[in-house]
Write a protein that binds this ligand. Structure first.
Ligand code: IPM
Ligand code: MN
Length: 355
């Protein structure tokens, strides 16, 4: 009997369903080749459902999702829904309630991909950002006073708990050790200004570091790291940072690896259910045109397979993607691939099944 994984699929809004269709195609091709099966259940959470029913996530949805081996998410975000409702009500709620405390974002330049940085090639851009995913400025702490008056006060506090910081840092050390590439972990913070929060991060980082003598430690302020990403991306192996800084630097990371068409991420609860997604958003203007790049969703699927323990299958899927970027695609941007969304999915699925 082949192994079966139960996957909750949330195609979501905009081009989410199109890229997820291609992702599923590739996942199915890969799983039959590697001798396991994916049992997929689809959920219609997203802007369309909210506009129809007024409900963001139905009661019991989170507990239902908790029963799966993993969640595969397309994109959340709808032009007719006020910003914040779906993001907080679906994406952030799932991250928080499922305690997906790691946001894992590989930044890797694949062969053949146009890099906006002069003279940088795949051997220069291959690092991973580990972003804390449940605390910091995202926790929603704070409030507003005297709203709408000239005396309005708005406070948004960054929550950093020893437990939250430590589990993230520990995950980062373990990840760096397992990756075994440069064995260098960089803490990204702002210790010169945010002297409460990043003092906690820094102390925890160097305390945990004592347990990992084989890992070289390094520190960069968040503003400086944006310079180094552009100037010397080859310096980085694994980076660990808080929620807000991680959000910002991973968009920059996505750009230097070729853009949102290829950037994938995982929201990980190492002890629970994790969720994998392309990080580019719902791109509503390209919806239904068969022009959006499905590779980010396909790569998110590959990360999901590795997370499930199907590492060979995940690697084969990545190989297939690299072959497509290296030999077949004209570009990564929507409408500029020289191929349609479905053709890219077919090609990766074919290659993955042959590897
Ligand atoms: C991301 C996104 C989300 C975030 C938004 C959509 C809430 O930008 O996954 O990086 O800020 O975390
Ligand atoms: Mn973001």
């Amino acid at each position: 009997m082949s192994k079966i994984y139960n996957i909750a699929v949330i195609p979501g809004d905009g081009t989410g369903p199109e890229v997820i269709t291609e992702g599923v195609k590739v996942l199915n091709a890969t799983s039959s080749k590697f001798g396991f099966r994916l049992n997929l259940d689809f959920f219609d959470f997203g802007g369309e459902r909210y506009l129809k029913t007024g409900e963001v996530l139905p009661d019991g949805a989170v507990d239902e999702l908790r029963r799966y081996d993993a969640i595969y998410l397309g994109a959340i975000g709808h032009p007719d829904v006020k910003p914040g409702i779906l993001e907080r009500g679906i994406l952030l709620r799932l991250r928080f309630e499922l305690d997906q405390y790691i946001n894992l974002r590989p930044v890797k330049l694949y062969p053949g991909v146009d890099c906006p940085l002069k003279d940088k090639r795949p051997e220069h851009i291959d690092f991973v950002v580990i972003r804390e995913n449940t605390e910091g400025l995202y926790a929603g702490a704070g409030g507003v006073l005297r709203k709408g008056t000239p005396d309005e006060v708005a406070i948004q506090e960054s929550i950093n708990t020893r437990k939250g910081v430590e589990r993230c840092i520990r995950y980062a050390f373990e990840y760096c050790k397992k990756r075994n590439k440069m064995n260098r972990l960089t803490l990204c913070g702002k210790t010169n200004v945010l002297t409460f929060a990043f003092d906690l991060w820094e102390r925890t980082f160097y305390e945990v570091a004592k347990e990992y003598p084989e890992i070289k430690t390094d520190y960069a302020h968040v503003d400086a790291i944006t310079m180094w990403f552009i100037k010397n991306p080859e310096w980085f192996d694994v980076i660990v940072t808080d929620n807000m800084f991680g959000d910002i630097i991973t968009d920059l990371g996505a750009m230097i690896q070729g853009g949102m068409g290829i950037a994938a991420g995982g929201n990980i609860n190492p002890e629970g259910v994790s969720m994998f997604e392309p990080i580019g958003g719902s791109a509503p203007k390209y919806k239904g045109q068969n022009v959006i790049n499905p590779l980010a969703a396909i790569c998110a699927g590959g990360m999901m397979l590795e997370h499930l323990g199907e590492e060979k299958a995940g690697k084969a899927l990545e190989q297939a993607v690299m072959e497509v970027t290296g030999k077949h695609l004209k570009g990564l941007a929507a409408g500029q691939m020289g191929m349609s969304t479905t053709e890219v999915g077919d090609l990766v699925a074919d290659l993955a099944a042959k590897l």
